[in-house]
Write a protein that binds this ligand. Structure first.
Ligand code: FAD
Length: 330
């Protein structure tokens, strides 16, 4: 029986939310593959074994756990080579991941090492008997492209766009058979390895926050973000920003929403003083609802928003905060 291998992510045993999307998409792909493919998952590195049960619960029939001293921390070359060796050993029909920066980097490594084509950031994938058809996001989200993938005798290599699939629990768990895999890795694969990490500050992350309150150049200063912090905190959300803001040094790049920042998918996105350039929009377009606050009624963000207030954000944001506090009795 052929297999679809889904590459799952974690950081030293901390499950990535993108895995729920990956398993949801993988279950559908396996169902659509004509020859009754089996869903295999791979978890790589320290702490992977602890997550095997979660991968099984998500529908994986087989969970490969790859370990090696070089895989303790994430390194794209070592992870990519590990996936290649596993894909060859298992003769998989396809390798899939979610197109987070890590997912796309590992699949790009796999493609280069196997000398195979790779289609990244798909919205939909239709497996065929020979070639596969897909619609993928191009040019930072401004274009949807219909593509055909033909990999000859090699496995199909694909990623779904991050947040392109709505994660759902499996109707029934997979068998979750755990298989340990020991790749052969040499020192040349240790060129890039994650060594240090910033500890996540308490609360939700930007990419998973239910509410994101973002500020752009219109906020006017680093200090101006205090109003946005207060509103975000009242709503249980996070503060984001545009690249103009990170370029000006008002916020860290970790807060940036967009093509070269984080892609978000909150229930509500409150975009204040942001014009809505395409590079910002691609990071925000998965938001369920958008409220734009802008002095310019013609701004792109206003045109794309579900709700808009055409006024000075320095008046509107404190007014919203005051009303929420009043209703909460604070
Ligand atoms: C390769 C590349 C990648 C990029 N990646 C990203 C990315 O990841 N994320 C990103 O954001 N950008 C990105 N950019 C930059 C992008 O093109 C825009 O320049 C940027 O998003 C503009 O930021 P902004 O909306 O804050 O500023 P501006 O475009 O200057 O807009 C400021 C807005 O604030 C409004 N305003 C001003 N004062 C007030 C006020 N008092 N109250 C309310 N509204 C007010 C104005 O009407 C205006 O609409 C990228 C660009 C390139 C070339």
């Amino acid at each position: 029986m052929s297999a679809l291998l889904v590459v799952l992510e974690h950081d030293r045993g901390k499950w990535s939310e993108a895995n729920d999307e990956a398993l949801t998409a993988a279950r559908q792909l396996v169902a659509d593959m004509a020859d009754g493919a089996e869903l295999h998952a791979v978890l790589i590195g320290d702490g992977a074994l602890d997550l095997a049960g979660q991968a099984g619960a998500g529908g994986a029939a087989v969970v490969h756990v790859a370990n090696d001293a070089m895989l303790t921390d994430f390194g794209p070359e070592a992870c990519g080579e590990t996936v290649v060796q596993l894909a060859v050993a298992e003769s998989v029909a396809a390798v899939m991941a979610v197109g987070t920066s890590r997912g796309n980097e590992v699949l790009a490594q796999v493609a280069a090492r196997m000398d195979l084509p790779f289609v990244a950031n798909c919205m939909t994938i239709a497996p065929g008997a020979g070639s596969w058809s897909m619609t993928r996001v191009q040019w930072g989200g401004s274009l949807l492209e219909d593509a055909t993938l033909d990999s000859g005798d090699g496995p199909k290599l694909v990623t779904y766009g991050h947040h392109a699939v709505v994660a759902a629990p499996a109707a029934a768990p997979g068998a979750g058979e755990v298989r340990e895999f020991a790749p052969t890795l040499d020192a040349s694969l240790a060129r890039t390895i994650v060594k240090d990490r910033d500890v996540q500050t308490a609360g939700v992350t930007l990419s998973t926050a239910p509410v994101v309150v973002s500020g752009g150049r219109g906020v006017g200063s680093a200090e101006g973000f205090a109003q946005l912090e207060e509103l975000a905190s009242l709503l249980g959300g996070r503060v984001g920003c545009s690249r103009a803001v990170t370029n000006l040094g008002w916020r860290n790049h970790t807060d940036q929403v967009g093509q070269t920042g984080t892609r978000i998918a909150p229930e509500i996105y409150i975009a204040t003083g942001i014009s809505g350039a395409i590079q910002h929009w691609v990071g925000a377009m998965a938001s369920k609802r958008i409220l734009a606050i802008n002095t310019d009624a013609e701004a792109n963000m206003v045109a794309k928003a579900d709700y808009a207030v055409i006024a000075d954000l320095h008046k509107v944001v404190p007014a919203i905060t005051a009303e929420i506090k009043r209703r909460k009795g604070l």
